[in-house]
Ligand binder design. Structure first.
Ligand SMILES: Cc1cc2nc3c(=O)[nH]c(=O)nc-3n(C[C@H](O)[C@H](O)[C@H](O)COP(=O)(O)O)c2cc1C
Length: 209
C-alpha cells in the first residue's frame, strides 16, 4: 500500500481475531523495521520484548486495565527503555560503528567523550525519560511498517508500568517498560474499524515560516 493509504487503513485496533497469527516471517520483517529506526546518537537505548506466551499475557492483562488486546492480539511488542546508558554502552557503539564502516575507533574518541559527558551528566530521571522517548520513535516505525504490511496494531500506554516491570523482572535487567504495541489482525466485530479518522486539519497542526 502507498504510505497515505496504509496510514488511513490502520487504526488503533480494539478487538483482535484471536485465531489469526502473524507469521514468523512477518514478525522478522517488523523486527528489522524497528531495528532500522533512528535513535539519538544511534545508541538504541532500549530492548524490545516480543511476547506471545499466553500465561504471561494473562497476567499482563490484569495490569492493563483488562484491555483485551493484551491477550487476543497475535503478539505484543513491549518497548523497554534503558535505565542507564554507561560509558561501556557508548564504547560498544563506537566499536560497532567502526567495525561496520571499517573505521578506526580511535578517530571517534572526541565524539565518544562528548557523548559520555552529555549523557553522563543527566540525572537518572531525565536520562530515563530520554531513553523512553527513543522507544516512542521505534513505536512510530512499527505502526508505519505494520500498516504497510496490512497488519493491524494498537499502540498502548494504558498499563501499569511498575507492575509490568515486576512481572517481567525488568528492573533487574536495567530496563523499564515504556510503551507497547499489540500486533495482529482485526476481528470482524471491531466496530472501531469503520470509524472515520479524527484528526485536526493540516493547517491547525502545521505552520510554515
Ligand atoms: C502512545 C499511545 C498510547 C495509546 N494507548 C492506548 C491504550 O492503552 N488503549 C487503546 O485502546 N488505545 C490506545 N492508544 C490509541 C489512541 O487512542 C489512538 O491512536 C488515537 O485515538 C487515534 O486513533 P487511530 O490510531 O485509530 O487513528 C494509544 C495511542 C498512542 C500513540
Amino acid at each position: 500500500m502507498k504510505i497515505i493509504d496504509g496510514l488511513k487503513w490502520r487504526y488503533a485496533t480494539k478487538y483482535f481475531n484471536k485465531e489469526k497469527k502473524v507469521s514468523k516471517e512477518d514478525i522478522s520483517i517488523l523486527k528489522e523495521a524497528v531495528n532500522l529506526t533512528a535513535s539519538s546518537y544511534g545508541l538504541q537505548p532500549y530492548k524490545v520484548i516480543v511476547i506471545s506466551d499466553p500465561k504471561i499475557r494473562e497476567s499482563l492483562k490484569e495490569a492493563s486495565w483488562g484491555q483485551s488486546q493484551i491477550t487476543d492480539a497475535s503478539h505484543l511488542f513491549l518497548f523497554c527503555n534503558n535505565l542507564n546508558v554507561t560509558d561501556v554502552d557508548i564504547d560498544n557503539y563506537i566499536q560497532l560503528r567502526a567495525k561496520i564502516n571499517n573505521l578506526n575507533p580511535e578517530d571517534s574518541k572526541e565524539y565518544a567523550d562528548m557523548m559520555k559527558s552529555n549523557i553522563g551528566s543527566l540525572p537518572p530521571e531525565i536520562l530515563s525519560a530520554w531513553t523512553a522517548r527513543q522507544c516512542y520513535i521505534a513505536l512510530g516505525t512499527l505502526l508505519a511498517a505494520s500498516s504497510e504490511m496490512e497488519i493491524d496494531s494498537c499502540p498502548m500506554e494504558g498499563f501499569d508500568n511498575n507492575k509490568y516491570d515486576e512481572i517481567l523482572g525488568l528492573k533487574e535487567k536495567g530496563l523499564s517498560s515504556a510503551v507497547l504495541c499489540a500486533i495482529g489482525y482485526r476481528d470482524d466485530k471491531d466496530s472501531f474499524a469503520s470509524l472515520k479518522k479524527v484528526r485536526k486539519s493540516i493547517s491547525d497542526v502545521f505552520e510554515e515560516i
